[in-house]
Design a protein. Structure first.
Length: 95
């Protein structure tokens, strides 16, 4: 199981997209089955996607708190037709 406690994405010319999940809402996210908001966290299990942001963003900063209980989670920071950039989070560290 994985859980995301907070997420902040921002493009330089737009207001930041901020989600802390404390209100129990996943507003701004497109969640595949396997993700849910529980206990003020976005919680997921399995090989499923939770996406947020805009394809129009070209340069942005990303900040998040992620905890992995088992398995791995990939935090994708840019996805397009050419591929994706991600950080792999494992119980023992990053890849």
């Amino acid at each position: 199981m994985k859980d995301i406690r907070s997420l902040r994405l921002s493009a330089p010319t737009t207001a930041p997209f901020v989600a802390d999940f404390k209100g129990g809402s996943e507003d701004g996210f497109d969640l595949e089955p396997g993700w849910r908001v529980a206990g003020g966290k976005l919680v997921g299990k399995g090989h499923v996607w939770a996406t947020a942001g805009s394809a129009d963003w070209t340069d942005y900063s990303f900040e998040s708190k992620v905890q992995v209980h088992e398995g791995t989670v990939h935090v994708n920071v840019r996805v397009n037709d050419d591929g994706r950039y991600f950080v792999g989070v494992f119980p023992e560290g990053l890849s």
